[in-house]
Design a protein around this ligand. Sequence first.
Ligand SMILES: [Zn+2]
Ligand SMILES: [Zn+2]
Length: 161
Amino acid sequence: MMIDISNIIKLEGAKESFEGEVVFSEETDFGENIRLAKPVRVQGVMENLGGVFDFHAQGEADMVFQCARCLKEFTKTVTFSMDERFSKEGNEEYLKIEHNKADITDAVYMNLLLNLPQRVLCSEQCKGLCSSCGVDRNLSQCDCKKEEGDPRFAVLKNLLK
Ligand SMILES: [Zn+2]
Ligand SMILES: [Zn+2]
């Protein structure tokens, strides 16, 4: 997503607000079993701080995750905020402005990655899969005995024999 800053590029202290959607390609890597359900919604302000431009924005991404317990896919909205700097020259510290436009796509990607949860559950109450027969215990019950269902107990029981 490109932000046109021609209105503020010569005026120190001037601000340009923007709102829009950042589209990522299907191949964009967000991590194992994580993908975007929709383009990322972004809204924020670009401010001329005198040669350097402050990019401050909020992002909202609807993402498809896989539950760590039952392996079911579900959608969850990730919200995050961003604070980056742009300059005409661009360097390690500042992102580059080209033809009076700031491309915020990489900044949005990096900030979204930093804000992704490490381990996600479809619900705190998710019962997960039976470790013996693999049935989704949220949907149905199986005949496995609880004791035998936990592989750690099975190992213990065999040791005690
Ligand atoms: Zn689950
Ligand atoms: Zn079972």
